[in-house]
Ligand binder design. Sequence first.
Ligand SMILES: Cc1ncc(COP(=O)(O)O)c(C=O)c1O
Length: 404
Amino acid sequence: MTATPATPPGPTAPPTATSPTATGDDGFDFMSPFSRTGTGSSKWARTGGTPGVIPMGLADMDLPGPPAVAEALERRARHRAYGYTVCDPAGRSLVADWYRARHAVEVDPDWVLLLPCGPRTALRLLLETVRPQAPVLFPTPEWSGFAQICRAAGLPHLELPLHLGPGGYRMPRGPFPSPAGAVLLSSPHNPSGTVWPSGSVRGLAGWAADSGALLISDEVHGDLTHPGARHPVAVTTARPEDRHHVVTLNSVGKTFNCSGLPSSFALVPDPALRTRFTDTMAGFGLWEGGLLEQTVQRAALREGGPWLDALLAHLVTARTRLTDRLGSAVRSAPRASYLLWLDAAALGLPLDSARQALLERCGLESSDGADFGPGGHGSLRLNYALPGSVLDTVLARLERLDLR
Ligand SMILES: Cc1ncc(COP(=O)(O)O)c(C=O)c1O
């Protein structure tokens, strides 16, 4: 492999300055290299410290987060009161304001639970709360967390293959296996970045309500929906009579690139389920609110909008450059987030060792499609949330592939 260095690898060296050196017209710099050296980045650890390898596997961004979050953390850290905190109910209204401003939907602040844990833990806690007697269903290929959580919780699960047609992935129309205890959905879809049509989400919510199941719509990529596409927020997309069977889960961690500070929020229209959920949390020593979580959520939701708009413009440019280059190797047109789901055969890579082959030929580290369950074998997931300068290197290296 003759990779040229991108940004310095290695999660263990002392931290270096991480602030951008140049700013764009909007004041945010997503072009210059952004060093994560010394920050203990899990994503960079996956390169094994091999010089020149660009990590494109794990789902976080090699881009500087919102200045407002950094400033809020600094301000709060300067006050040396780090004792237990209570939940500020104004945080719930802030979430409702966010949905009104960004998605033009009305979320009742009473539905909002501000969770002191990341989305993965929140999903597990929700399933512990519901403790479904019947299997948990989810379409595949899918983020591996769903299967892992079900296994860890000892819950039987059934994977439903998504239909892949010329227009990309389509949600299965049913009939779905019955009985079902819960349905999990990543919306937008991880790994492909597909934004599901609102009719599909409404249909799934209706089916869940008719079957006595709970639809848990994992929308941690929802605020990263690209301009021109519309993300269906499940709790407001469902018919009002089906809402009590739907939960939307979201986090500022994915949206604002601060997943290392675990937090999330759930929209739970059913008051009885909210009570049971908070009871379950208390059993694990978790309560709504949390010192750092609230600090980050407040700053991100109040002040992060302009940063997010600039980020989305950057991601759309990156997406277009890559999809123009990779053509039909892209399995389903991404309209959200920063994930590309690729057909290894169309990239000219061996199906059984595509990840290794991409690493050796191009110095690009990726996620193996097999990790995404049935329908994932022979695919690769690439995360393109990279500075523009690094993306130039990625595109140059992709020239080494023989696209079919
Ligand atoms: C769809 C989806 N849900 C949940 C998570 C889990 O997030 P965390 O590990 O921050 O809890 C991820 C992470 O990539 C994700 O893509």
